[in-house]
Design a protein around this ligand. Structure first.
Ligand SMILES: Nc1ncnc2c1ncn2[C@@H]1O[C@H](COP(=O)(O)OP(=O)(O)OP(=O)(O)O)[C@@H](O)[C@H]1O
Ligand SMILES: [Mg+2]
Length: 356
């Protein structure tokens, strides 16, 4: 197993100079505002027309053809190696993540799960890597924009945890060591990335609680010790370590289900029972029993967070409007209709579970 993940950001933008953390490439509130400037001189007719234009332009998320983008680095972490590509002219690095077939040979929805999750993270105010649909030769997938600033290092959670447990390694099914207690020890004294839209008093741990609430909302069961990270500034910098924006949300929203299973669950009101089976199995849990649900795990995390953190994140979940979620799902045209309906229902169910 690979434990040490150090990577140095080498993109061409200027050095970070914020007191709080690097000028992260994450995107906490990043909705495109193509039509913000639109004005309606005669309210009735003009607003209908502007809405129509807006709908037709915003109807689907774009798929970028990255076939000609040069390969700059192989990413060894993750289930299999992936390629870092450089966006021509801009010099920005993006990780290309192709979709995969399951054992039955059916293509899974990691690409739309990752893209939709990134948009939902924006709606919830969780800082995250920007994601776009992409095509590379005959491969389809998505690209995830590098959250590492120039000359900063990304230390996977597994590496960061060695600061509190020098021989940290997840060795067993109970994920011993990848516990909220150890994560708290690492994160409570470091900061948040500069684009995190959270109160200035929030520690990285308080922000991480938001990631766990977000995971519970989108049914992401894959927050293992390499799916969160600490960003470290270059030696001599006045900046301090901070939690990385959230990344890798591909295992969410029922991406792996087949359409007939989705439709069947929707027809018999079975989504809530499916959601209830979403467990925090990637975190330390007692042997013999099931891990806590993702919802319970997020609640457990709040016990060591600062005052007001739980109510802050719950208010964030509550504030997301169904119409905005529906808009995101509708624009992800790579989703089938059952996948969209299932995701919508799942998000409703999980929000209710979080808020009650
Ligand atoms: N946007 C990003 N910015 C910086 N580093 C990233 C980003 N996305 C992924 N990485 C790095 O690349 C590694 C692999 O990417 P990712 O986790 O998305 O792939 P994966 O194969 O889905 O992983 P997993 O084994 O968790 O399923 C991550 O562990 C992280 O170190
Ligand atoms: Mg990963």
């Amino acid at each position: 197993m690979r434990v040490l993940v150090h990577r140095v950001g080498t993109a061409t933008r200027g050095n970070p100079d914020t007191a709080r953390g690097p000028p992260s490439r994450g995107n906490a509130g990043g909705h495109d505002r193509l039509f913000e400037h639109a004005r309606a001189p005669t309210p009735w007719v003009a607003s209908v027309r502007v809405d129509f234009i807006a709908v037709s332009f915003r109807s689907s998320f774009e798929t970028l053809d990255v076939s000609s983008w040069p390969l700059v680095l192989r990413e060894p972490a993750g289930r299999e190696p992936k390629d870092w590509l450089e966006q021509p002219k801009i010099g920005q690095r993006w990780l290309f993540k192709p979709i995969h077939q399951n054992q039955a040979g059916l293509w899974q929805g990691e690409d739309w799960a990752e893209k939709v999750a990134s948009e939902l993270a924006s709606l919830m105010g969780v800082t995250h890597a920007r994601v776009e649909f992409a095509r590379r030769g005959d491969q389809v997938g998505c690209i995830s924009r590098d959250v590492t600033s120039p000359n900063w290092e990304l230390h996977a959670g597994a590496v960061a945890l060695t600061a509190v447990h020098p021989d940290f390694r997840v060795k067993n099914r109970e994920r011993t060591g990848h516990s909220l207690g150890n994560i708290h020890k690492v994160l409570f004294r470091i900061g948040c990335p500069s684009d995190a839209l959270v109160p200035a008093s929030f520690s990285a741990y308080d922000l991480f609680c938001g990631y766990l609430v977000f995971d519970a909302w989108i049914a992401n069961r894959d927050r293992h010790e390499e799916n969160w990270a600490v960003l470290r500034p270059p030696p001599g910098s006045l900046d301090r370590d901070c939690l990385s924006p959230s990344f890798d949300h591909a295992s969410s929203l029922g991406f792996q289900l087949q359409d007939h299973a989705r439709s069947e669950m929707l027809s018999r009101d079975g989504v809530a029972a499916w959601a209830e089976r979403g467990t925090a199995w990637r975190f330390e849990h007692p042997a013999g029993g099931p891990p806590p649900t993702l919802v319970q795990h997020a609640r457990n995390a709040f016990t060591t967070a600062a005052d007001g953190v739980a109510s802050y994140w719950m208010a964030k979940v509550e504030s997301v409007r169904d119409t905005d979620v529906d808009d995101v799902l509708r624009r992800a045209t790579r989703m089938s209709e059952p996948a969209r309906r299932f995701a919508m229902e799942l998000l409703r169910v999980n929000r209710r579970r979080l808020l009650t």
